[in-house]
Ligand binder design. Structure first.
Ligand SMILES: Nc1ncnc2c1ncn2[C@@H]1O[C@H](COP(=O)(O)OP(=O)(O)OP(=O)(O)O)[C@@H](O)[C@H]1O
Length: 677
């Protein structure tokens, strides 16, 4: 059947459908999807004789729809202009439409004479099956495929002389975005004289255009996604670089051969590279020939080791955390990330965290007596030199305080490391002082441990009760002092150390030398500068000055009013010989403040030891007949031990001496705990 005959058949059928209720589905010429759309249009009450569309979005809705579809419209317009489609369409009496997914007119070029909108632009008009019945684009929207409608196939008779081709524009997931329409309205002259079927061309053009628009939208979407990914990547990279820059540990990334790939700011500083210098260096340049770093990386195991780095001729030790980077299939080592932490910095941090800091300065040492002032002046002079200092003095005279004051005058920035040689069992002094290498003895940390000598690097090492250092260790200490190097137990490498040694003793060290209990060479090394701290009983009025100072300090701490000391109590205190010196005095006044509980400290508020000395001492242990000072001291200790049922802490508190001093005295006086009590 020719084109014109088909047109006539269709027109006839639609007339019968509209006027005689003929079921169009039974008609051979009408496609079923067109017939069903006619029936729907009729059921929705669409007038088949309408020639304008009343439904239109308001201004705000139009703005929104245009904004939602701006990318689609931009692409469509630019494609139209590229192939001059607009001009072609108008020249061949076609109109071009772009509808959004709901049938809202977004773009129209050329007039479709069949309908008017009272001279207004059609943009924003709602043109769907509900408003205008069956149209090519309404079917194309429903079926998501290109559709061509020949004149009478449109529901409204106004389109009976229109040929319309529509193609959907779908997104990646096949969802409808828009419909593109090319429509030709044939006027009478054309219709009668030049009735040619352009439909297949128009449908081809509109389908190709829709496909081109789809491709462009997808490309643009992919580009936007790529841009976002790129932006995220850039942001992540920037954030990572900033994070690495603020880390105050060196982070160095190397490949499997050891070539440096990346360094953070601290890493550059450690290796002496300026911030802009390009890195084309192998890490081995900074390591010794014996270094195990590259081998360990090749082994592919994460490890932590201590390693010496040689930078500009200087040796620096770092704790290196090696973290292996594997290839994607995990079969090969691609490289490693090294984290470098300065051992000096770590040691300083550990000591400051462990509370081993020197808080006393010369200004905070209390005392006005001539003897005490002489000791202070001497210590201040000595402090200014790097020489070893030996402090002699009875227990509790302030030897450690002097050591702290010396440290704070000479090397306040460095660590202050104190070791009490009497408080540690013999076997432990060695590892405590010299440290040990990983795995050097059972129970040792895997990564080893620095000794107190190493930790004192850059500061002061205070060896209290040096007289109690075992002879064999005295030899090792002497070597460290001579060579200024230390080797850990089980280690193979010497480490340079620079510290000032302050040692202290309450023993007659020189006598010990003569008794072959202390090495003479070490003694001479330690005692280049010796300070003798006077015992409290030789410090005259300092008993009063210190008492007032300690009472005030204690009352301030607990928030009590400061009590006075009665003349009778003063008399007792001055008469007492203070074997535990300043420490004992401090404990005694704290006891008295608590016992007095009012404004005046009376003799009975003082610890029994002070008021009953020496006449009231109860003798319980084995004692000699002659009352020498030592005997009295032994008596006091035995008595106190008895009182506390041999509780060492309580006894030490009661006597106002340190636990280590108490142990020493028990040993010195040969007090047999089991026999005596
Ligand atoms: N001149 C002083 N000024 C202020 N307080 C002091 C003074 N001398 C000693 N003390 C106090 O006495 C206590 C003991 O001092 P320190 O530990 O320095 O004595 P020591 O001689 O090292 O004792 P030991 O030999 O028993 O270790 C300190 O805690 C401090 O409170």
């Amino acid at each position: 059947m020719d084109f014109k005959s088909r047109w006539k058949e269709l027109q006839e059928t639609k007339k019968k459908f509209l006027q005689d209720n003929l079921d169009p589905r039974s008609c051979f010429y009408v496609d079923s999807y067109v017939a069903e759309s006619w029936i729907r249009s009729q059921a929705m009450g669409v007038s088949p004789y309408a020639n304008s569309i009343k439904e239109r979005l308001d201004a705000a809705q139009i703005v929104k729809v245009l904004a939602d579809n701006c990318q689609l419209m931009d692409i469509t317009i630019s494609l139209f202009s590229q192939i001059k489609l607009k001009e072609l369409a108008i020249a061949s009496q076609h109109a071009l439409y772009l509808f959004d997914k709901n049938g809202i007119v977004l773009i129209h070029e050329g007039d479709l004479l069949a309908i008017s909108n009272q001279g207004n632009s059609l943009r924003g008009v709602v043109w769907n099956e509900k408003t205008m019945g069956t149209c090519a684009h309404t079917l194309s929207m429903q079926l998501k495929r290109p559709i061509h409608l020949l004149g009478p196939e449109h529901y409204c008779v106004a389109f009976d002389r229109s040929n319309t081709s529509a193609a959907p524009i779908l997104d990646e997931d096949g969802e409808l975005l828009a419909t593109l329409v090319l429509s030709q309205h044939l006027n009478d002259r054309y219709f009668e004289e030049h009735f040619i079927d352009f439909s297949s061309h128009a449908l081809g053009i509109v389908t190709a255009m829709a496909a081109a628009i789809e491709t462009k939208i997808r490309l643009k979407d992919s580009y936007e996604k790529l841009k976002t990914v790129n932006h995220h990547l850039k942001t992540a990279h920037h954030m990572l670089a900033t994070t690495l820059a603020v880390i105050d540990e060196g982070i160095i990334t190397i490949d499997a051969k050891g070539d440096i790939i990346h360094l953070n700011t601290e890493g550059r500083r450690i290796l002496g590279l300026d911030q802009k210098q390009t890195i084309n260096i192998n890490i081995s340049k900074y390591l010794s020939k014996q270094s195990r770093v590259i081998d360990l990386i090749a082994d592919g195991e994460n490890t932590d080791i201590e390693e010496n780095f040689y930078i500009d001729g200087k040796e620096q030790t770092y704790l290196v955390n090696i973290r292996i980077v594997y290839s994607d299939d995990l079969h090969e080592v691609d490289g490693a990330v090294l984290k470098l932490q300065s051992t000096e910095k770590m040691n300083a941090m550990v000591t400051s965290r462990s509370g081993a800091t020197a808080s006393f300065s010369f200004a905070s040492l209390i005392g006005e007596s001539k003897e005490f002032k002489k000791a202070i002046a001497q210590a201040q002079r000595f402090a200014n030199t790097p020489e070893n200092i030996l402090i002699n003095g009875e227990s509790g005279t302030g030897k450690e305080l002097f050591a702290q004051a010396i440290h704070n005058k000479y090397r306040p920035e460095g660590p202050f490391i104190a070791v009490n040689c009497a408080a540690l069992p013999r076997e432990l002094i060695e590892s405590e002082l010299f440290g040990y290498e990983g795995g050097s003895f059972t129970g040792a940390d895997r990564s080893g441990r620095p000794g107190k000598i190493e930790l004192a690097h850059g500061g002061t090492l205070f060896l209290d009760e040096i007289g109690d250092m075992p002879l064999e260790l005295q030899a090792v200490l002497l070597r460290v002092l001579e060579d200024k190097q230390v080797m850990r137990i089980g280690g193979r490498r010497n480490k340079k150390v620079d510290f000032r040694l302050v040692s202290a003793t309450n023993k007659e060290l020189y006598q010990m030398v003569q008794d072959k209990l202390f090495r003479e060479d070490l003694y001479f090394r330690l005692s280049v500068l010796t300070i003798n701290l006077p015992p409290l009983r030789q410090r005259g009025n300092d008993v009063e000055i210190l008492s007032e100072y300690f009472i005030e300090k204690y009352c301030r701490k607990v928030g009590w009013a400061v009590p006075a000391i009665s003349p009778a109590a003063w008399k007792r205190m001055r008469g007492y010989n203070w074997p535990g010196n300043v420490r004992q005095l401090e404990h005694a006044v704290v006891y008295a403040v608590n016992a007095a509980q009012n404004e005046m400290i009376e003799p009975e508020d003082l610890p029994a030891m002070i008021i009953s000395c020496p006449a009231k001492i109860t003798v319980r242990g084995k004692i000699e007949e002659v009352y020498t000072l030592e005997v009295i001291e032994k008596l006091v200790i035995v008595n106190a031990l008895h009182k506390t049922k041999s509780n060492i802490s309580k006894t030490a508190d009661l006597l106002g001496i340190g636990k280590s001093t108490l142990y020493r005295k028990i040993k010195d006086y040969d007090i047999n705990m089991e026999e005596d009590f």
